[in-house]
Design a protein around this ligand. Sequence first.
Ligand SMILES: [Zn+2]
Ligand SMILES: [Zn+2]
Length: 127
Amino acid sequence: MFILEFFKRNKICSHLNVPPDVDFAYCPDCGELVENQWYIIRCACCDVKLKGVIKNGEIVPEKHFCHNCGSKDYVIERISKINFIDISYAVLVKSVVKNKAYQFTQSWIETDFRTSNYRPRLLQQFL
Ligand SMILES: [Zn+2]
Ligand SMILES: [Zn+2]
């Protein structure tokens, strides 16, 4: 029964214990590799930064219109590094990284290793 409950909790993990100041980290609660993705919302009209929030899984501005020009249009921008000035505006999305990409990288390393083993043998045949 305990195990069942544990798995159930995993499904709705929001990775709260992943520190926001790293790019990637393994979640201590569910064990998934989590990427911290920062987004910032700007007014599409005057380019001023708008405070973002997550509502129903979507990144939206906290206010429905720009506090500077009154426009309702906005753009969402992904930023690679968060800085001190943007942190009060930015939205943090904790996204789970699928293992697939990592397995792919590993197989490339293996192939490289094998080809480098072949070369000395070919050279010896030449001599
Ligand atoms: Zn988690
Ligand atoms: Zn504006």
